[in-house]
Design a protein around this ligand. Structure first.
Ligand code: ATP
Length: 425
């Protein structure tokens, strides 16, 4: 097969503690192969001679702590080697967490609860991935909690997820709705849209984390790693504080932001370690347009699988209005004077509000709540999955949905989100 590949080929020799940084843009893709030595990508080891395809506008670093030779087939948009990497600091952070995990196991207590914070594009998700991968490679199973509703690593935008990590992440792709993940509908791609509801869901993830720790001591001793949003000012900071307090985090890892460290030192208990870590020079800043496209790609991958691979085959079918009930979470604001006695304006933020089914719902993503009746707390119930409403026929009183699973829908409560997706196939 290799003889047939007419793309340019280049072998890169990496010395100890260096990394090869690669970027592929738009529809470009390259194959990478480890020929000699040892290498890893954000904590996932590369297998020798195996070919990995890097596509989907990926930006990665191939790191070696010994030395290695990497073959690249194709023309990456950016490729360079750097010896200036903070990997040894990230690794030391992992060793410190390892020590806490072992102590937790010996004393039957909770393993380290760590929150990763910092402004946008400083490598928060990458550090979470690295620490999770190192943890599983050392025999632990930490829980990844992703409260970054704009760029979630566990599910589609607008959701908050909890995922027990049982194996290192794949090199080629992000797998969405990974087996074992618990996903909650938030419905917006930033916490500012409904702060009260956001905080409620963060508290809910903590309950689920505790449940999981009760069931599985390995999770309990391994601790959790919380990936957060890059909104660190004003109310964004308050959301971070809320999360740190609810989880009673043992450590906050702050990437590249001195003031945020000082704020946390002032506002969190002295028992919480606030650790400032440098950002990697390889971290790529992604513009507003890139983020928007990325979110759209993530939704497309949820339904269709990885671009070009056609690995998933979604279903499209009609559902009568009578078989579903659509709600959104959060009532429009009402002046305090008009509220019933004892109610506060904030209560409306977590209220379930019925939504009329009409053409406005076309191209909107809805989540299918696991709730079977309104007596259950639909607002903080986990999601069974997501659908895209592709058409609404008010005469026939049916909606057409794009769904990862065939008809019929297993549940009837649909929660409307702000997230839009146009299904071009
Ligand atoms: P957000 O603000 O969206 O939460 P973030 O702080 O979580 O962003 P990442 O998503 O971890 O940042 O990193 C931003 C981009 O930089 C990603 O595409 C990631 O793959 C890339 N990146 C991170 N570290 C490196 C590196 N050492 N070399 C090359 N690319 C990197």
């Amino acid at each position: 097969k290799e003889e047939e590949d007419t793309r340019p080929m280049k072998d890169w020799i990496l010395v100890q503690n260096s990394e090869l940084r690669l970027e592929v843009q738009n529809d470009n893709s390259v194959d990478i192969q480890l020929l000699f030595g040892v290498a890893e990508i954000f904590g996932t080891e590369m297998a020798k001679n195996m070919r990995y395809t890097i596509s989907n506008q990926a930006k990665i670093a191939i790191f070696t702590d010994i030395s290695c030779t990497i073959r690249i087939l194709g023309s990456p948009d950016i490729a360079y080697v750097s010896t200036d990497t903070p990997m040894h600091i990230y690794r030391n952070t992992h060793f410190a967490l390892e020590h806490l995990r072992r102590t937790a196991q010996q004393n039957d207590t909770f393993g380290p609860k760590v929150m990763v914070c910092g402004p946008t594009d400083v490598g928060k998700s990458t550090l979470c991935r690295l620490l999770s991968n190192y943890a599983v490679r050392s025999g632990h199973q930490p829980i990844l909690v992703d409260i970054d509703v704009g760029q979630s690593d566990i599910s589609i935008p607008g959701s908050i997820g909890v995922l027990p990590i049982e194996r290192p992440a794949g090199i080629e792709e992000n797998e969405f709705l990974k087996p074992g993940s618990l996903v909650y509908h938030y419905g917006h791609n930033n916490p500012a849209s409904n702060l009260k509801f956001y905080d409620t869901l963060v508290s809910k993830t903590f309950e689920m984390y505790q449940e999981r720790c009760k069931e599985n001591p390995t999770n309990k001793y391994s601790g959790c790693i919380i990936n957060t949003c890059g909104w660190i000012d004003g109310s964004g900071y308050k959301c971070l504080l809320h999360c740190a307090k609810v989880y009673e985090v043992d450590a906050v890892l702050v990437l590249d932001h001195e003031r945020l460290c000082i704020d946390f030192q002032r506002d969190l208990p002295k028992t919480t370690s606030i650790i400032r870590l440098p950002k990697s020079g390889g971290t790529v800043v992604r513009g507003r347009e890139f983020r928007k496209n990325h979110r759209n790609n993530v939704v497309r991958e949820y339904f269709y699988g990885k671009k070009g691979s056609l690995s998933l085959f979604p279903f499209s079918f009609e559902v009568p209005f009578s078989e579903v009930s659509v709600y959104k979470i959060g009532a429009p604001e009402v002046p305090e004077s008009c509220l019933p006695i004892g109610a506060t304006a904030e209560d409306g933020n977590t209220q379930l509000v019925p939504v009329e089914i009409n053409k406005d719902l076309v191209n909107r993503i809805v989540s299918l709540s696991m709730a079977t009746s309104l007596e259950e707390n639909v607002v903080s119930c986990s999601s069974a999955g997501f659908l895209c409403i592709t058409a609404v026929n008010t005469d026939a009183e049916t909606i057409t949905v794009l769904s990862p699973a065939p008809s019929p829908l297993p549940r009837k409560f649909l929660l409307l989100s702000d997230i839009e997706f146009v299904d071009f196939k």
